[in-house]
Design a protein around this ligand. Structure first.
Ligand code: PGA
Length: 217
């Protein structure tokens, strides 16, 4: 049985009361062969961390700068107070904010310095991956649930592209992201190149995230 890695990403959703409702209804358990990381907005990190969740916590982004005169930025050391993980290079930040490989490399350096573990997102088979990251998430932008209305890439094609990254980074978990849910998760994680999922939409609903984790095995 291969280890599985399931990451959630709330994106720009949830108020404090919505986050509390989610955590109060998230009753799931899984064995130690599955790692679950939930990445959430900065404003919610202290709240969810204070509930001592059974999953690991992550941020959805990190500043490319350290501490200092960088108005509006949240730095890696600040994140590390509440979370162990961070997403870097998500397609929505690359396209909406014009984040470049050069900027992302600076974020990786900052995250490493603060001992944050990194889920690095790639959008096709030839995206540059910097040194020192911990997990790769292949997420074709057109297959993201908010864009595709829950149409996924075919598991075989997703597996083929994930395998390309697996060949380059044999020790890293490689995730597929794009409209995964409790119904389709098995078809992805049974591909030899795929070690888990980066789930946006399904992770926003506690019951759907429970289903996705339960059905991954
Ligand atoms: P989705 O998001 O699960 O809502 O498609 C995936 C992603 O943002 O990579």
């Amino acid at each position: 049985m291969k280890p599985l890695f399931i990451a959630g990403n709330w994106k720009s959703t949830k108020t404090v009361s919505e986050a509390n409702e989610w955590i109060d209804t998230f009753h799931a358990s899984w064995d130690s062969s599955i790692t679950v990381v939930l990445c959430i907005p900065y404003t919610l990190l202290p709240i969810i961390a204070s509930k001592k969740p059974t999953f690991l916590l992550g941020a959805e982004d990190v500043s490319p700068f350290g501490e200092g005169a960088y108005t509006g930025e949240i730095n890696a050391k600040q994140i590390r107070e509440f979370a162990q993980w961070v997403i870097i290079g998500h397609s929505e930040r690359r396209s909406n904010l014009g984040e470049t490989d050069e900027l992302l490399a600076k974020k990786v350096v900052q995250a490493k310095e603060a001992e944050l573990k990194i889920i690095y997102c790639v959008q096709n088979e030839s995206v540059f991956v910097p040194e020192g990251i911990d997990v790769i998430a292949y997420e074709p932008p057109w297959a993201i649930s908010a864009v595709s209305n829950w149409k996924t890439q075919s598991p075989e094609e997703a597996g083929r592209i994930c395998q390309i990254y697996k060949n380059k980074f044999p020790t890293l978990p490689i995730l597929y992201g794009g409209s995964t849910n409790g119904e389709n998760i098995r078809s992805f994680v049974t591909q030899s190149g795929i070690d888990g999922a980066l789930s946006g939409g399904a992770s926003m609903d506690s019951r759907k995230f429970i289903d996705l984790i339960a059905n991954a095995r």
